[in-house]
Each structure stands twice: as C-alpha cells, then as structure tokens.
Design a protein around this ligand. Structure first.
Ligand code: NAD
Ligand code: USQ
Length: 398
C-alpha cells in the first residue's frame, strides 16, 4: 500500500513508519518538525541522541530498508500543499500522528492551550477536508487517546471500543435503545482536542463516507522496536522531562539516575499502557484491515494492560531499588479511578500483547543508564499546573 505517515518523525510515528516500510509498504513521511522545535524552546532534549530526519532516512536505506520519502509540511496551516500532495501521491492510507500530544505542555499557558487547539483541530480538519476535495477514497488511521473516556469513576463498568449502548427513557414510559459515541470526558486541553477530533470523524464519515479508524491509545512506553534497533542512527526519541515524558518511561529513567520516583499525589490514578512494539503492530493491523465503504468510524482501544501509577512506582522500585516520592499533584484529577477496558478488536485481529515484564522494564533502565549524562535533572519535575489551586499546591503560583 502507499501510505502517508503524518507526524512520522515523532516518538510513535518514526518506529511506525520504519515498520510499515519494513513490511513492504511505500511510505512517505510528512512532518513540520514542530516537536524538535518545542524541545529547543523548552531547552530540553530527548534522552537518547536522535539524528535529523534526513540522516534517519539515509541510515534506513544504507542498511537495506525500503526507501522512505519525507515532506516538510505543517498540515494545520498549509492546506493547499496538503491537498496537492494527496492529488499527486494518491495514497491508499494516511496514518495521522501529527498533533501536539503532551497534556502538561497543553496546560502550561494560554499560549500553549491555544497552540494545541489550533494545531490539533485544524490539522485533523484540514486532512478530512482535503481528502473530500481530492475526491479520493483514502483510509485515515488516527492516533487518538484512551483519555477521551475520562479518568473519573466508570463505576466498575468495562469501557467499550468507542460506542456505548444506551436505553433512552421516554415521557410515556417506553424506552428505546441506541448506540452512541461514548461520552467524552477530557482531563486536559490536549485530551479535549482528541474528543473534538472524534466529532470531526463522526461528521465526515456520515456526510462524505470517509473511511476512518480511530485508535484510542493508552500511554506508550519503551523506546525502540526491532527495526529501529538495527542502527544507532534509527534510535527513537525518549522524552523524560516534566512536560513530555510519560509516567512509566519517566519512572524507569528516574530509577536509572537515582532520582526518587515522582508519584503525583497518592498515585491512585489508573491508566492504560501499551509497549511501543505493540503500538507499531496495532497501527499496521488497523491500516491493513480498513473499514468498508459506508461503514461507521471504527474505534479500537489500543492498549494491552491497565496499572495504577503508585503500583507501577512500587514495581519499578522493587526492580531497581529506587526511592518513591509522593509529590503534590500538579493535575486536576481524581485521587483514584477504575479502568477496565475492552480491547477485543486488536486481539481478534491477531495482536499478541506484550505485557509489563521485568526484562522489558530493565531494557528501558539500561537505555536510560547509557544516556544518563544527557539528563538535565532540573527538568524532571512536572511544573505545569492545571489550575491556580494546583499551582499553589506545587509551589509555582505567582
Ligand atoms: P510526538 O510529539 O513525538 O510526535 C508528533 C509528531 O507530529 C512530531 O514529529 C511533530 O513534529 C509532528 N507534528 C505535530 N503537529 C504537526 C503539524 N501541524 N504538521 C505536521 N507535523 C506535525 O508525539 P507521539 O508521542 O509520537 O504521539 C503521536 C500521536 O499519538 C499523537 O497524536 C498522540 O496524541 C498519540 N498518542 C501518543 C501516546 C504516547 O504515549 N506517546 C499515547 C496515546 C496517543
Ligand atoms: N504521573 C505521575 N508522575 C509523573 C508523571 C505522571 O504520577 O512523573 C501521573 C499523572 O498525574 C497521570 C498519569 O501519571 O495521572 C499519566 O500521566 P502521563 O503524563 O504519563 O500521561 P498523559 O498525560 O495521560 O498523556 C500520555 C500521552 C498522551 C496520550 C495519553 C494516553 O502524552 O499523548 O494521549 O498518555 S492516556 O493516558 O491513556 O490518555
């Protein structure tokens, strides 16, 4: 298949693009390199040294990988170029990773809130409008988030794959059944943009029959895949800082450098997780199993297991001897939540889940240890507060 990978220079996008090329697909990466620019603005760097996109592609070809191409483009603000690209390339599928993805970054200031909404909502809408204007039948595989369902109480109910069956009571006492999009309950401006994406998909699928698969992905951990391990120049990025680092990779990296594990509050939040190797495999499975013409948006829960953050910290501490530090929570989130998730769609498509095992956890600690001298310890704490109350709690209120 010919596939455009939007955001193919990022943490999930790069190993995904490499995997699709490795599977014989014809891959064109589109990225505006905004993630690298945000690192410059924040004065942090990936813990792993990453080479430029040009060097990445050269390295991939040099080791015999099927060549990939790259187009530097901002999909949120270069509509005509995006449309022209679709008309010229006529892709079968487009995998869409190209969004600002960090909740703490989205909550830093009005400027980052507005940037996140503008970038994410415009980018997704431009893509859908361009597909319709191009007159082509292109399958969109979008990376959404488990966070659209929210992290409050689900009262022990299993979270379905996108759609919820509801019974609607009528004034005359009768009832009817309907299947609706699961109610959205975003926990940050970033997560809110993903709930807005869902409505854009619902509309363009209903009105224009655009074929869409929306992957509600959990927190991705790990760094490399078998393919990105083949040459040091293919190494994936490893975010550890308080804005972009995600919880499990942060704990593993903190353990590696002897920094007490930064558990927010009691650590009672439960989240869904998936290893980068499974993330890459899921995207491939979704792309190779598109919905049929006229089928509603396919929604998959792209996660393999759920864990409470505090329990994860204990597990990492037991494995490495790290200390655990319970810090005031900078986020406006429930003290604890339940999270039972239906992920049958991917299992039925043949996913064999990689679960949290000591070997894989140690592998991340080893990578972090190797690059420990690249870590700026001053950038580890999460300083982005959700509200004034949270800012006071963490001591950053002005
Ligand atoms: P990332 O920031 O590492 O990668 C995103 C890439 O998109 C970057 O290379 C960036 O430069 C590019 N990009 C952003 N806006 C763009 C624009 N307007 N035009 C062109 N390129 C643009 O993020 P990631 O961790 O790889 O996440 C990728 C996607 O997966 C995101 O949509 C995110 O919401 C989703 N996701 C990530 C995780 C995770 O744990 N990392 C979990 C669930 C879902
Ligand atoms: N947390 C800590 N200590 C830390 C960092 C985080 O206790 O040092 C806690 C947070 O308070 C939160 C949980 O860990 O309760 C998860 O935080 P996170 O930063 O790992 O994940 P999140 O903000 O939810 O965002 C990440 C990705 C995002 C993706 C989302 C999937 O950055 O792109 O959409 O995971 S999900 O969490 O399933 O919504």
């Amino acid at each position: 298949m010919k596939v455009l990978v939007l955001g193919g220079d990022g943490f999930c996008g790069w190993p995904c693009a490499v995997n699709l090329a490795d599977q014989g697909h014809d891959v064109l990466i589109v990225d505006n390199l905004s993630r690298r620019k945000i690192d410059i603005d924040l004065e942090v760097e990936s813990l792993t040294p990453i080479v430029s996109i040009g060097e990445r592609l050269k390295a991939w070809e040099e080791i015999g990988g099927k060549p990939m191409r790259f187009v530097h483009m901002d999909i949120a603000h270069e509509y005509q170029r995006l449309l022209d690209l679709l008309l010229e390339e006529k892709p079968d599928s487009i995998v869409h990773f190209a969004e600002q993805r960090a909740a703490p970054y989205s909550m830093k200031s009005s400027a980052t809130k507005r940037y996140t909404v503008d970038n994410n909502v415009n980018g997704t809408h431009n893509l859908l409008a361009a597909i319709v204007e191009s007159g082509q039948d292109i399958h969109v595989v979008h990376l959404g988030t488990m966070g659209v369902y929210g992290y409050g109480s689900h009262r022990g109910a299993t979270i379905p794959e996108g759609y919820l069956k509801v019974e609607v009571p009528q004034p005359d006492g009768s009832r009817f059944e309907e299947e609706i999009l699961h109610p959205a309950s975003p926990g940050s401006v970033y997560h809110m943009t993903k709930t807005l994406d869902q409505l854009l998909f619902l509309y363009y699928n209903k009105n224009d029959k655009v074929r869409i698969t929306d992957l509600h992905q959990g927190i991705v951990w790990g760094t490399n895949t078998d393919a990105t391990d083949r040459d040091p120049r293919l190494t994936n990025r490893f975010d550890y800082d308080g804005d972009y680092g995600t919880v499990l990779n942060r704990f593993l990296m903190q353990a590696a450098i002897g920094y007490p594990l930064t558990v927010h509050g009691t650590g009672g939040q439960t989240r869904a997780f998936i290893h980068i190797r499974d993330s890459v495999r899921c995207v491939q499975l979704a792309m190779e199993n598109p919905p049929t013409q006229g089928e509603r948006v396919k929604i998959f829960n792209q996660m393999t297991e759920s864990h409470q953050v505090g329990e994860l910290a204990k597990k990492v501490a037991a494995l490495t001897g790290a200390q655990v530090n319970n810090l005031p929570n900078p986020r406006n989130e429930a003290v604890e939540n339940d999270l039972i998730v239906d992920n049958r769609c991917f299992i039925e498509l043949g996913l064999n889940p990689t679960t949290l095992d000591d070997g894989l956890l140690k592998e991340v600690v080893e990578i972090a240890t190797r690059f420990a001298d690249r870590c700026d310890r001053n950038r580890i704490l999460c300083t982005s507060a959700w509200t004034k109350t949270q800012a006071q709690a963490i001591g950053t209120a002005s």
